[in-house]
Design a protein around this ligand. Structure first.
Ligand SMILES: C[S@@+](CC[C@H](N)C(=O)[O-])C[C@H]1O[C@@H](n2cnc3c(N)ncnc32)[C@H](O)[C@@H]1O
Length: 209
């Protein structure tokens, strides 16, 4: 663990928002910080799939701001498979007002809660609440960075939960599974917005009609 900690150093995730482990000083001039103690959960921000999701989030929120004429208030985001809570915390820096984060792994839920406390956040709620218990069209943005097979299994709920005009971001699709994913993802009532790739990983953003 001590050796691993030496390799986890502060870095910019996106838009001048930095991920900083609590055992490192924040670099000078860095104003926006996500303090990150990953424990046993996934989501330090160093993995391609998290970085793709982070960039798509930034794009989604700037699109929504433009559509709503710079109105930043009242946006609500769902982070499915939150892991450490990194994307939930990033969303708050990007201007989302309220975030619901879920994970089926109770250890991830515990770690995410700790990180939310570490970052003194009051507008993120974390649980293992199943998606099928959430009402239709609840969120401006739904983001899920989970392996492609799970994304496909969850696709009906992921799509159902996005408000009209809202964005659905999915990351975690590995190159060798891309064709399978494309064949089995049903984009009815969604418009394709963009695909982002890093090494062998892909993420996509859709907009609900
Ligand atoms: C690749 S990690 C992503 C962590 C973080 N969101 C990130 O972007 O770095 C995927 C997370 O999804 C969770 N997960 C897997 N299947 C899930 C499901 N059906 N519902 C909710 N979370 C799930 C895992 O426990 C894991 O924490």
């Amino acid at each position: 663990m001590e050796e691993w900690k030496k390799g986890f150093v502060p870095f910019e995730l996106t838009e001048s928002i930095w991920v900083v482990p609590p055992w490192c000083p924040t670099p000078e001039k860095v104003k926006k910080v996500i303090l990150m103690e990953p424990g046993m959960a996934f989501g330090t921000g160093t993995h391609e799939t998290t970085q793709i999701a982070a960039q798509l989030l930034s794009r989604a929120l700037s699109d929504i701001s433009q559509q709503k004429g710079e109105e930043k208030k009242g946006k609500c985001l769902l982070d499915v498979g939150t892991g450490t809570g990194i994307l939930a915390l990033l969303s708050r820096h990007l201007g989302v007002e309220n975030v619901i984060a879920t994970d089926i792994d109770l250890e991830a839920v515990r770690v995410a809660k700790e990180n939310i406390e570490l970052n003194k956040e009051n507008h993120i709620s974390v649980s293992n609440q199943p998606l099928d218990q959430m009402p239709d069209h609840s969120f401006d943005v739904v983001v899920a960075n989970i392996i492609d097979g799970v994304l496909l299994l969850l696709q009906s709920d992921l799509k159902r939960l996005v408000k009209p005009g809202g964005k659905l971001i999915m990351s975690g699709i590995i190159q060798e599974r891309w064709d399978y994913f494309e064949k089995h993802f049903d984009p009815s009532s969604f418009k394709f917005r963009t695909r982002l790739s890093k090494n062998e990983w892909h993420g996509v953003m859709w907009e609900a009609e």
